[in-house]
Write a protein that binds this ligand. Structure first.
Ligand SMILES: Nc1ncnc2c1ncn2[C@@H]1O[C@H](COP(=O)(O)OP(=O)(O)O)[C@@H](O)[C@H]1O
Ligand SMILES: O=P(O)(O)OC[C@H]1O[C@](O)(COP(=O)(O)O)[C@@H](O)[C@@H]1O
Ligand SMILES: [Mg+2]
Length: 440
């Protein structure tokens, strides 16, 4: 990890002078030990050999997340708001519920607004009413997929968003979203600063693509992997059942292949995994088609996983489209490969039975699994601790096995990709043996 230019300094609205209610509520064992200090820091890079050569003073570290002994906001006067943006993700409701319960019961904040349908909810012309959130209102929502607040894509006027925050008197805003939301959060934070307002913005990273920079793992990813394994199992059963059976599965993953790679390791039935980080060679002796033919000759069935962002170079540049948020609309690599494979074997007069499985939105719209539910609770509680302490323009990240504060501008605008020489991808190569098939 090259960490030279990463900003690790967290902004604060002002001095934290109010004793945290966590002490008086007896949440801590001896009244102190549970509190984190800003001096508790987690190394950005754990590799001693990589950092040893650098000037010791330049050793980078992130502030550790967790409750602070003193807080900035007076809970009896504070109003909070929560918004969920972008694509759905398992665990959104767990996050909303944990934010509300922590604010309400632990800190005593009684006014919490739910903003409907992402950034649209701040803009009066859409007519989405605010939801008053309290423990009763969020009861049981963790058992349902999706987001109880809804979501949306598409840019909104940042000035109007901050006008709305001022109008309803919000002091602490939680923004749950992916890389796009992070850009929006940063812009909102900058506008708040311009207007010299005392509003804290805390981000909670969400994406099943797991591609947020400086975030080891985002919530919902584990649940999405779980569901993806069912598609792989199904594809394998179909492939094994028929002579020369081929199971082809397309999995989400816009720019990074984490989901495809991790699902392939979780359900190790795939013979080929194709990811955006690695170019696909289709034709010729070392191409995918010849490799699948070799696999069929050997074992009479084959399973292929393709991430939706892989092989986009096969499509013409001229009809590039973007969604409302400015994300590139991907062309369907799954259907493309289905046609290419069918045509290839037809031309060689080799009968195959090809089953194409696209689990599509199912992997992101179901409730979180147990592991993600635990994770969501931890992230949300740390988001509340950070916000109540007056910290702002940060996101809560899981990094080097710890929960940390990352300045939004350190992560926004960058993307985490799988390292082709790293452990995850190399494990996929070993587990599938695909390079042996590609190389004949
Ligand atoms: N550079 C940006 N500036 C301001 N708002 C942005 C920016 N990029 C994305 N957004 C907004 O953030 C929201 C979420 O972004 P999107 O890309 O749809 O999802 P995600 O946050 O999951 O990546 C959308 O409403 C989008 O318009
Ligand atoms: O809802 P849409 O626009 O069809 O989004 C599909 C995309 O959303 C994702 O599930 C997650 O994307 P975000 O991080 O932007 O929310 C991608 O894997 C997928 O490409
Ligand atoms: Mg995104």
């Amino acid at each position: 990890m090259k960490n030279m230019n990463i900003n690790t300094t967290i902004s604060v609205l002002g001095p934290a002078r109010i004793p945290s209610p966590l002490t008086s509520q007896g949440v801590t064992r001896d009244g102190k030990t549970r509190f984190m200090k800003d001096e508790y820091r987690i190394s950005v890079d754990v590799r001693v050999d990589r950092v040893a050569g650098e000037n010791k003073d330049s050793l980078l570290s992130f502030e550790q997340a967790g409750p602070r002994e003193n807080i900035y906001f007076d809970p009896s006067k504070l109003k909070c708001a929560v918004v969920t943006c972008g694509g759905l993700c398992p665990g959104l409701n767990d996050i909303i519920r944990s934010l509300v319960l922590e604010l309400y019961h632990v800190y005593g904040v009684k006014t919490i607004y739910g903003i409907r349908h992402g950034l649209q909810g701040f803009i009066p012309k859409y007519g989405h009413d605010l939801i008053e959130l309290n423990p009763e209102r969020v009861s049981g929502i963790q058992n349902t997929g999706g987001s109880m607040l809804g979501s949306s894509r598409g840019g909104q006027d940042i000035g109007e968003i901050v006008d709305c925050l001022e109008r309803i008197g919000v002091g602490l805003l939680f923004m749950v979203g992916g890389d796009g939301t992070l850009m929006a959060s940063k812009a909102i934070g900058d506008e708040i600063l311009n207007r010299r307002l005392k509003i804290s913005v805390v981000g909670i990273p969400k994406t099943i693509d797991n591609d947020i920079f400086l975030v080891s793992r985002s919530f919902g990813f584990d649940s999405a992997v779980d569901v993806a394994t069912l598609a792989i199992k199904g594809a394998h059963n179909e492939a094994e059942a028929y002579p020369n059976g081929i199971g082809l599965i397309k999995l989400m993953g816009r720019h990074s292949g984490f989901l495809a790679a991790t699902a392939a390791l979780a359900q190790p039935d795939a013979n080929f995994v194709l990811i955006p980080e690695e170019e696909i060679l289709l034709h010729g002796e070392n191409g995918l088609l010849a490799a699948v033919e070799r696999r069929l000759a050997l074992r009479k069935h084959a399973v292929i996983i393709v991430a939706e962002g892989a092989g986009q170079n096969f499509f013409e540049d001229k009809d590039i489209e973007h969604d409302a948020s400015g994300n590139l609309k991907l062309k369907d690599i799954g259907l493309f490969l289905k046609t290419e494979i069918s045509t290839y074997f037809k031309s060689k007069n080799i009968p195959i039975s090809l089953k194409y499985i696209d689990p599509s939105y199912i992997i992101r719209s179901l409730p979180a699994n147990a592991n993600d539910s635990v994770f969501c609770g931890l992230l949300a509680r740390d988001a509340v601790h950070a916000g109540m302490a007056g910290k702002t323009n940060l996101l809560i990240s899981f990094w080097n096995n710890n929960y940390v504060h990352i300045p939004m501008d350190a992560s926004a605008g960058q993307r985490k990709k799988m390292d082709p020489s790293g452990r995850l991808w190399q494990s996929v190569l070993e587990s599938t043996g695909q390079n042996l098939l590609f190389n004949g």
